[in-house]
Design a protein around this ligand. Structure first.
Ligand SMILES: *Cc1c(COP(=O)(O)O)cnc(C)c1O
Length: 390
C-alpha cells in the first residue's frame, strides 16, 4: 500500500537524515557513550564537550547565551518547569503577605500551558484566561489591561500550533519588562520557522522542542534569562544537573540531535520559509475553486506551514475518512464517547459547528509540489462528494 502523504508537520516532523547520522555516533561502544557528568575520564569529557557544543547550537538559533539553556524532555516539560518554577520561586513572598500569585495566559495556549495553569489554579493561584481576537492573536494591550499588583507571570505562545498565527511577542515583552513581570513564551512552533531572538523579544523564559524542528522526540530546552536574572525552582530533583534546575543524566544522543537540528534550521530559515510559502499558495489557489472555504487564524501574522481550514457544510471527521491517503489532523481531542470540537477554534469564536468543520494541514521541509497537487485534488473531490450526499 502506498503511504499517505504526510501533512501533519505541526504534530511532529521526521528526523533529518543528517541529524540521525550524527546521533548514531553517541550510542555504541565505538562512539561517545560516556556520561557527560563523569568527571574522572575521557569518556565523560568527550560526552560533555558534545553536550556543550549542542548547547551553543541551540542558543545560537535564539540569540541566547549557552549558559541560559536548560535541557528538558521536550516543550511540555519546559512549560511545566517555567510556570511552576516561577510560581514556586515567589511562594514565600506571598505566604508572608497572605496573598496569592497571579498568572495571565490565554485560552488557546498548548495543553502543556493550559493544564499547568489549571493545576496551579486549583492550588489557589489566580489565573486570568485571555480570549484572543478572531484572528487568534492576543494583543499587548489585552495583556496590559489584565495585569494586577500580584501578577508575577505572563505565558503566551509565539506561534499557535493549530492556527499558525503569530503573536506580537516583542511588544508584549517590552511592556512586561517595564513592569517587572516575568514573561514565558512557548516557542515550540516558532523555532526554525521564523526568527526567534530572545533579546529583541524581551522574553525571560522560552520553551523549545526538538521534534518540531526535524530533531528527535523526547528532548527539548528551556531558555532561562540570566540578566536580569530569572528565578526558576527545580521540579525534578536528584544530582543538581543543569545548574540545579533540572536533574537527570543528560541524554547525549538526543541533545546532539537537537543541536544539529537547530543548526540546520538556522541555516535554512529563509529558504525553507520561501519553499513552504510557495506550497501554501499552491494549495490555497487550488482550493479557491471550492465555495465555503474559510481559512482560520490571521491571514498576515502567521507561519506559512500551518493551514487551518473550515469547509462549510462538511463534517471534518467524515472528511478525514475520505482523505485516508492524506495524514492530517482535525485538532479535535477525541475521547472514547464524544468528539469534542477544538478548544482553540472555540477560543477564537468559531461556533461548535464551524469548529467541527475544520482540518489542519501542516506542510514542512519534505513536502513537495506534487504532494500538494495530489492533496488539493483529493480534498476537492471529497468535499464535493460529501456536499452532494447531504
Ligand atoms: C508540540 C508542542 C508542545 C509540546 O512539545 P513536546 O516536546 O512534544 O512536549 C508544546 N507547545 C507547542 C506549541 C507545541 O506545538
Amino acid at each position: 500500500m502506498k503511504k499517505p502523504v504526510y501533512l501533519d508537520f505541526a504534530a511532529t516532523t521526521p528526523v533529518d537524515p543528517l541529524v540521525a547520522e550524527e546521533m548514531m555516533n553517541f550510542l555504541t561502544a565505538d562512539g561517545v557513550f560516556g556520561n557527560p557528568a563523569s568527571r574522572s575520564h575521557g569518556f565523560g569529557w568527550q560526552a560533555e564537550a558534545a553536550v556543550e557544543r549542542a548547547r551553543r547550537q541551540v542558543a545560537n538559533l535564539i540569540h541566547a547565551d549557552p549558559r541560559e539553556i536548560v535541557w528538558t524532555s521536550g516543550a511540555t516539560e519546559s512549560d511545566n518547569l517555567a510556570i511552576k518554577g516561577v510560581i514556586e520561586s515567589c511562594r514565600e513572598r506571598f505566604a508572608e503577605s497572605g496573598g496569592q500569585a497571579h498568572i495571565v495566559t490565554s485560552v488557546i495556549e498548548h495543553k502543556a500551558v493550559v493544564d499547568t495553569c489549571r493545576y496551579l489554579e486549583r492550588q489557589g493561584v489566580e489565573v486570568t484566561w485571555l480570549k484572543p481576537a478572531e484572528d487568534g492573536r492576543t494583543a499587548p494591550e489585552q495583556v496590559k489591561k489584565a495585569l494586577r499588583d500580584n501578577t508575577v507571570l505572563v505565558s503566551l505562545m509565539q506561534v499557535n500550533n493549530e492556527l499558525g498565527c503569530v503573536n506580537d511577542i516583542a511588544a508584549t515583552g517590552a511592556m512586561l519588562r517595564e513592569r517587572g513581570v516575568v514573561f514565558h513564551v512557548d516557542a515550540a512552533q516558532a523555532a526554525g520557522k521564523l526568527e526567534v531572538n530572545v533579546e529583541q523579544l524581551n522574553v525571560d523564559l522560552l520553551s523549545l522542542s526538538a521534534h518540531k524542528v526535524y530533531g528527535p522526540k523526547g528532548i527539548g530546552a528551556l531558555y532561562v534569562r540570566r540578566a536580569p536574572d530569572v528565578r526558576v525552582v527545580s521540579q525534578i530533583h536528584g544530582g543538581g544537573h543543569e545548574r540545579g534546575m533540572r536533574s537527570g543524566t543528560l541524554p547525549t544522543h538526543q541533545i546532539v540531535g537537537m543541536g544539529k537540528a537547530f543548526e540546520i534550521a538556522g541555516r535554512h530559515l529563509d529558504g525553507e520559509r520561501e519553499h513552504i510559502e510557495g506550497l501554501r499558495a499552491q494549495l490555497l489557489d487550488h482550493l479557491a475553486g471550492l465555495r465555503g472555504v474559510m481559512v482560520n487564524g490571521s491571514a498576515s501574522h502567521r507561519v506559512p506551514g500551518i493551514i487551518n481550514i473550515s469547509f462549510q457544510g462538511v463534517d471534518a471527521e467524515s472528511l478525514m475518512l475520505g482523505l485516508r491517503d492524506l495524514a492530517v489532523s482535525s485538532g479535535s481531542a477525541c475521547s472514547s464517547a464524544t468528539v469534542e470540537p477544538s478548544f482553540v477554534l472555540r477560543g477564537i469564536g468559531l461556533t461548535d459547528i464551524q469548529a467541527r468543520q475544520a482540518l489542519r494541514f501542516s506542510l514542512g521541509r519534505y513536502t513537495t509540489s506534487d504532494e500538494v497537487e495530489f492533496a488539493a485534488s483529493r480534498i476537492i473531490d471529497s468535499v464535493t462528494r460529501l456536499r452532494a450526499v447531504r
